[in-house]
Design a protein around this ligand. Structure first.
Ligand code: LHQ
Length: 266
């Protein structure tokens, strides 16, 4: 099935190549800092992916030397800027929810600094690959704020509570090399190799059985909020579902016939 035409955006690029959608934050002059428009567009981009079953994996990246510098601080000075709690409830939290609820995997191609809510966006991806010069910075404390957009929940789970506390309280930046050491990124590559490495990872994810990928993402997510007993039962339920798919039959046939599987999502 051919993907629907890509919707138009002014602060990001939304490109579809085969089964992979690439979302590129594109305000490089402001290090891709997030404005009201860019937040609305980012949510719309993830909604467009959710509505398009032909897309099986997403790459999220930034144009220029930054991944994303978080909230556009100049915009916060405008007289009609929303109160912070409303801004989070209305604009940031829906993006993070959409990313975590998306039944397709998101590869974060972290091309440069990911600061404040920009770091939270990186944390909300399923897999991160970083360019050598990239870094993660919880810049909130320096401006008298607390980590938000899911950072307090996601980061301790990704790097452990001690490193998360250091980053959150002391505002220590995490280099790409340290991010790999702490497991936050799966790989660090030279900047010029990042788009290709991210594409290869996304194409690989897009070639897996879609329902199994979706339920693996959900099982990993839901396992954080329950005990072993509920994880065991969830696995049995999800396995019952994917075990009944044509893709499971195809996977076994491909293994026995020593060929690559052709998954259809059926
Ligand atoms: C920027 C920004 C930026 C505007 C660089 N805004 N222009 C949620 C609820 C609602 C409101 C509050 O916020 C939140 C969540 C948050 O995200 S709070 C955290 C907000 N982000 C920050 O505090 C990070 C601010 N930026 C930085 O600390 C640095 O720019 C980093 C470490 C990201 C990069 O440093 P450098 O590589 O040294 O670049 P630079 O500082 O020279 O920035 C380059 C340009 O980008 C510069 O503009 P200019 O016109 O002077 O060239 C900056 O003003 C602009 N820029 N971040 N967030």
């Amino acid at each position: 099935m051919a993907a629907a035409p890509a919707p138009a955006f002014s602060t990001l690029r939304y490109e579809i190549d085969g089964a992979v959608a690439t979302i590129t934050l594109a305000r490089p002059e402001a290090l891709n800092a997030l404005t009201v428009t860019s937040k609305e567009e980012l949510l719309r981009a993830f909604e467009a992916v959710a509505a398009e079953p032909a897309i099986r994996a997403v790459v999220l990246t930034g144009e220029g030397r930054a991944f994303c510098a978080g909230q556009d601080l100049k915009e916060r000075l405008e007289p009609d800027a929303s109160p912070l709690d409303a801004e989070l409830r209305d604009r940031y939290n829906p993006i993070i929810r959409a990313m975590r609820a998306l039944d397709r995997p998101i590869v974060g191609a972290i091309n440069g600094v990911a600061a404040g809510a920009g770091a939270s966006l990186a944390f909300a991806c399923d897999v991160r690959i970083a360019a050598e010069g990239a870094s993660f910075l919880l810049a909130f404390g320096r401006i008298g704020l607390i980590p938000d957009s899911g950072a307090t929940w996601l980061l301790p789970r990704l790097v452990g509570p001690a490193k998360a506390a250091e980053m959150a309280l002391l505002g220590e930046p995490l280099s790409a090399a340290d991010a790999e050491r702490f497991g936050l990124v799966v790989r660090v590559v030279p900047g010029e190799r990042l788009p290709e490495e991210a594409r290869v990872a996304a194409v690989r994810l897009a070639g897996l059985a879609p329902r199994a990928v979706a339920l693996t993402k959900r099982a990993l997510e839901e396992a954080w909020t329950g005990g072993l007993e509920s994880a065991l039962e969830r696995e049995a339920r999800f396995q019952g579902e994917v075990g009944a798919t044509a893709d499971h039959v195809e996977g076994i046939a491909a293994f026995l016939e020593k060929r690559a599987p052709r998954f259809t999502g059926e």
